[in-house]
Design a protein around this ligand. Structure first.
Ligand code: ADP
Ligand code: ZN
Length: 205
């Protein structure tokens, strides 16, 4: 089974992806993580992506599709979970041409709490673990690997606004796209991570 995690920035896709990967063995493909890896290594793709990511805009489709295709090649037929892709109609249509998707899980969170979630988010640049500043309680080391937890450049308030706008204008319509294909499952993302995961388990069986 191959799945897509949909949902606005801050809806909790990354948090749930970790649990799904552990429990269902699906290979996690996060376009955001791939871009951040490229940025850290200062590759050509990373430098191009950075200029868009810093502004909260989508990286151009041809670049994004290139990294997705090579990630899909690398899974070698294993089942996978896409997180952060597709993000617009063109990406969704292109994906339909290269992979078979079974289920799409839309994690729903009220728009007004997303800003607080994202601006309070701290991320480990090393292992990708993310958590909220309120959970860290003053510490800034990653509970998983001990590296430093920092704020992503695009988690600052001015950038968050444009990311939410990009979501509303380009990504939200994918809900309807997958509903028409009969693949859409909606999950309430307002609960604790465990509660949300319990809902996801009902969908994945
Ligand atoms: P979030 O889901 O919290 O917004 P991501 O880590 O998925 O964060 O994405 C961070 C940024 O990376 C996006 O704002 C965008 O600039 C870029 N990006 C990630 N995935 C895509 C994609 N499918 N298409 C274009 N840009 C993308
Ligand atoms: Zn870490």
């Amino acid at each position: 089974m191959n799945i897509i995690l949909l949902g606005a920035p801050g809806a909790g896709k990354g948090t749930q992806a970790t649990r799904i990967e552990e429990n269902y063995g699906l290979t996690h493909i996060s376009t955001g993580d791939i871009f951040r890896r490229h940025m850290r290594r200062q590759t050509e793709i990373g430098e191009e992506a950075r200029s868009y990511i810093k502004k909260g805009l989508l990286v151009p489709d041809e670049v994004t599709l290139k990294i997705v295709k090579s990630a899909l090649d690398e899974v070698h037929g294993k089942n996978f979970m896409l997180d952060g892709f597709p993000r617009n109609l063109n990406q969704a249509q292109q994906l339909d041409g290269i992979a078979k998707i079974d289920k799409v899980i839309d994690i729903r969170v009220d728009f007004d709490i997303l800003t607080d979630r994202i601006c309070g988010r701290r991320s480990c640049l090393d292992c990708g673990y993310t958590t909220h500043i309120s959970v860290l309680g003053g510490a800034n080391t990653c509970p998983k690997c001990g590296c430093e937890m920092t704020q992503r450049v695009d988690d600052r308030e001015e950038t968050v606004r444009s990311r939410l706008q990009v979501y509303a204008t380009q990504t939200a319509s994918l809900v309807e796209y997958y509903e028409k294909q009969g693949k859409l499952f909606t999950v309430d993302g307002m609960g604790t991570p465990d509660e949300v995961f319990a809902e996801i388990k009902k969908v994945l069986g």
